[in-house]
Design a protein around this ligand. Structure first.
Ligand SMILES: C[S@@+](CC[C@H](N)C(=O)[O-])C[C@H]1O[C@@H](n2cnc3c(N)ncnc32)[C@H](O)[C@@H]1O
Length: 262
């Protein structure tokens, strides 16, 4: 499936159901809606704020590849970053724009394919290029990485999340217990080992400075979709420290920090 889908198919999929769109039951596009989306996202994925390290980017130029509904985006902007978001899905991007308006935040956005990033944003201009859970969904991830290298400043940083193949979730998918995204039929979701990521980044002109894994979704899905958070019995039985050890060894999210090579 992975090598057949086109970028148009990818855009259609994310337009049908933008990422996290059902994180709130409030009317879509309202302040209450966006607040609830953020609350649920960081409750379920608590590793994100630490990884993004929003306050660090105060006064810096931040480019986000694949901003989705803009949850991390508003947090960069609230922290004083000069924020630009690029997104393939026009439905998602419209909501991210609306979110900035609702909260009165400054930011720029571009609709387009990150495989052609240099046609959307200026070269060598960003202190941080950030991309959470995006680049593994595009037909040619290596093109996005090469383009990211061109838009980052020589002293900039690249922080990205890619799906890990050496993970609990990948094992569950392989055995038919799970699927990569909330909605079935995701056209592309590549997964990587840490050494594959290091090699891909190197080819694109980056050196990975830190790679770690985190995040195992522990809730009963039938309850989670009703906004109830009941742990699966096998995770409920597990001491918290043991669950964290499992997440750090077999987490689905590979959290990567890289710097451009000279
Ligand atoms: C799983 S969502 C993540 C969204 C957001 N980063 C977040 O964490 O909520 C993946 C996003 O990547 C976007 N995307 C996929 N391929 C892309 C591409 N080639 N260029 C730009 N965005 C892309 C999709 O439209 C979708 O919004």
């Amino acid at each position: 499936m992975n090598d057949l889908a086109s970028v148009e198919t990818v855009a259609e999929y994310w337009n049908r159901r933008p990422c996290n769109i059902r994180h709130s039951t409030a009317p879509i596009g309202t302040r209450a809606y966006f607040d609830a989306v953020e609350q649920r996202k960081y409750f379920v994925e608590p590793h994100i704020p630490g990884f993004a390290d929003f306050p660090r980017w105060n006064g810096k130029r931040v480019l986000e590849i694949g901003c989705g509904l803009g949850t991390d985006a508003v947090n960069f902007a609230r922290s004083g970053a000069d924020y630009t978001g690029v997104e393939l899905s026009d439905v998602s991007l419209a909501l991210a724009r609306q979110r900035f308006e609702v909260f009165g935040l400054p930011g720029s956005f571009a609709l387009g394919n990150a495989e052609e990033l240099t046609s959307l944003v200026p070269e060598a201009s960003f202190d941080l290029v950030y991309s959470f859970g995006v680049i593994h969904h595009t037909p040619h991830p290596e093109r996005v990485l090469a383009q990211a290298r061109r838009v980052i400043r020589p002293d900039g940083e690249f922080r990205l999340m890619l799906y890990a193949s050496n993970s609990w979730k990948d094992a569950m998918i392989e055995h038919g217990f799970d699927q990569p995204e909330a909605q079935s039929g995701c056209p592309i979701a590549f997964t990587y080992t840490q050494s594959e990521v290091r090699a891909l980044l190197h080819t694109a002109g980056f050196a990975a400075t830190d790679i770690r894994q985190d995040h195992i979704f522990p809730y009963v899905v039938e309850k989670y979709v009703r906004y109830e958070y009941e742990l699966q019995p096998w995770f409920a039985a597990m001491p918290r420290a043991m669950f964290r050890a499992l997440e750090q060894r077999f987490g689905w999210h590979m959290l990567i920090t890289a710097r451009p090579l000279g």
